[in-house]
Design a protein around this ligand. Structure first.
Ligand SMILES: NC(=O)c1ccc[n+]([C@@H]2O[C@H](COP(=O)([O-])OP(=O)(O)OC[C@H]3O[C@@H](n4cnc5c(N)ncnc54)[C@H](O)[C@@H]3O)[C@@H](O)[C@H]2O)c1
Length: 281
């Protein structure tokens, strides 16, 4: 593999472009508006510069990596990519439309990967005529820091595709771990109900934001409390994942907390909007 396409320059997409370019791949990064691309490229510059200051990469490596990233608003630029990693918003209709278009314009052997947090890989693959080449490649946030990639096979994903994605993950300096296609996979099937429960605790007045996070940090040796983590992930993403778990598994224990629904409606999405459970302004 030489050329990687990344769809969506948001929280995850810019991180995926960042690690791919640093690992010497040619990267094409696409979003729907120039302002999102600019914001994504600003994040990549800032995050790589932080690595330069920490001396984990040199300024020369940073400059070369940035030069390997091409940005575009036009999906046809993915035609000659070896793999396209989709990291657009967590919305089944958006992903369905993207995969239909990718299937039409990419070369026959291009692998189509999705970074979805919870949507069925098998259902996403059904929008294409190459379900054997569709796979989940679930990076963790923040991408440049976190080691895990959860690799999820859809029902029809073939061995070659899974092996290529495992090998690519390792080239990106990550540790791939495979699991099967079930709502939320492993990571969000377990993490998101915990975050949702922390929001219920806040809504019911069991404790304040800081106390909930401190109890979980100090008591469970978590690096970050669940409410701060929800802010980092994005409350809209958390809600979308809870809705998938609730709808697909059909168990009321997965119902999204009303306070989470209300905060998303108000546009308080966490770090990316400047306000969530904490204030980032
Ligand atoms: N935020 C996390 O912690 C996290 C972790 C792992 C996986 N994910 C998953 O990664 C994906 C992206 O999440 P995010 O947090 O980066 O979201 P985000 O809201 O930060 O970014 C999404 C980006 O996709 C763009 N987009 C929307 N429709 C598009 C289209 N048709 N074509 C191209 N770009 C489009 C948006 O303009 C936006 O810039 C989601 O599927 C999410 O579930 C998120």
């Amino acid at each position: 593999m030489k050329k990687i396409g990344v769809i969506g320059a948001g929280t995850m997409g810019n991180g995926i472009a960042h690690v791919s370019a640093l690992a010497s791949f040619q990267v094409t990064l696409m979003d729907v508006k120039n302002q999102f691309i600019k914001k994504g490229m600003d994040s990549i510059n800032n995050n790589m510069f932080r690595q330069v200051k920490k001396e984990t990469i040199t300024k020369g490596e940073m400059d070369n990596a940035i030069k390997r990233i091409t940005t575009t608003l036009d999906m046809s630029q993915f035609a000659d990519c070896d793999i396209v990693i989709e990291a657009a918003s967590e919305n089944p209709d958006i992903k369905a439309s993207i995969f239909k278009q990718l299937d039409n314009l990419c070369k026959r052997d291009t692998i189509l990967a999705t970074n979805t947090s919870s949507i069925s890989i098998t259902k996403i693959a059904a929008n294409t005529n190459r379900p054997e080449k569709v796979i989940g490649m679930h990076f963790m946030n923040p991408v440049p820091v976190m080691k895990l990639i959860e690799v999820i096979r859809g029902l029809l994903t073939d061995n070659d595709t899974a092996e290529s994605v495992v090998a690519l993950s390792e080239k990106l300096g990550k540790t791939p771990v495979e699991c099967n296609d079930f709502p939320g996979f492993i990571s969000n099937r377990i993490l998101m109900p915990m975050i949702n429960e922390a929001i219920f605790c806040l809504m019911e007045g069991v404790a304040e934001v800081e106390a909930i996070d401190k109890i979980m940090k100090l008591g469970m040796a978590h690096q970050m409390g669940p409410l701060m983590l929800a802010d980092l992930i994005g409350l809209d993403v958390c809600l979308a994942i809870m809705e998938v778990l609730h709808n697909e598994l059909g168990d009321s224990k997965y119902r999204p907390c009303p306070l989470l629904i209300k905060m998303v409606a108000a546009g308080t999405l966490g770090k990316k909007s400047g306000k969530g459970f904490y204030d980032y302004s």
